[in-house]
Ligand binder design. Sequence first.
Ligand SMILES: Cc1cc2nc3c(=O)[nH]c(=O)nc-3n(C[C@H](O)[C@H](O)[C@H](O)COP(=O)(O)OP(=O)(O)OC[C@H]3O[C@@H](n4cnc5c(N)ncnc54)[C@H](O)[C@@H]3O)c2cc1C
Length: 263
Amino acid sequence: MTAVFADGTTESADLLVGADGVRSTVRTLVDPGCPPPRYVPVLNTAGYSEHTPPGAEMGRLTMVFGRRGFAGWLPAPTGGTWCFANPPLTGEPSAEEVAKTSDLQWRARLYDLHRSDRSPIVALVEATPGPLRGWTTYDVPTVGRWHRGRMVLIGDAAHATSPAAGQGSSLAVEDAVVLARCLRDLPVPEAFRVFEVLRRARAERVVAEGFRTSSAKSPPAVGRLVRDLVMPVVLRRHDPQAWVRAHHVDWDAPVVPVPALAG
Ligand SMILES: Cc1cc2nc3c(=O)[nH]c(=O)nc-3n(C[C@H](O)[C@H](O)[C@H](O)COP(=O)(O)OP(=O)(O)OC[C@H]3O[C@@H](n4cnc5c(N)ncnc54)[C@H](O)[C@@H]3O)c2cc1C
């Protein structure tokens, strides 16, 4: 395999592992018909604030479901606080529209969304020197083919997840370990086929869950009421994310050929 880069340099190797992220070029070679990444209906903005909310604890990330927006903060060891917010936006804005949103416009939007919340978001934003900037995020729910010839996709290139899942990096690292096991124990292309069988269902389930969580960050009034009543009770009894964190990859276990995925 020889990869030719935009700067004119080339690299030759036995395999090409496409670990090139949500806008993967290798994906377009492995699965040319794959739809483009899907817009996740919340914007992102973040900053470093000079305000420290009362009761803030080092090492504790606090996330809040506000009345009209989701946000969070984490005390920094340097004395200030990192904070982020996810203003909801159903329709995908153009890159130009996001880029030209000014610091003042971001502040006005966050003030409007969070001014009636019992949270320190407005105080955090006011004490953030800025300039505040924002960005859109995307996921990739399913890629029809994960491998072709001596090329294989891993990480966001194969299954990008909304940041709301908090799992994209973990999935990418899991992929790397599982692919290494498969290449250690099986020849190509069997190694790629088994890698996909071992990884696809879990990765796509996390992506689906992440999209659902993003979309539920700012529900209408009735949904909010139900969420605020039900969530504390449910979370006390049951961790709906336990299956995500309980995952274990046994490096030493030999990889054996497995049946193909159905469909
Ligand atoms: C706002 C936000 C918050 C997130 N929060 C979390 C979180 O809390 N927990 C979590 O686990 N995950 C989180 N994620 C997701 C996580 O960042 C990604 O899932 C992870 O980085 C994917 O790793 P990757 O190696 O597959 O791709 P990437 O990290 O995107 O790396 C791809 C690399 O390939 C390079 N590249 C792309 N195209 C080319 C090319 N043509 N030639 C050469 N190089 C190229 C890119 O420059 C990049 O360095 C978050 C993502 C976002 C956007």
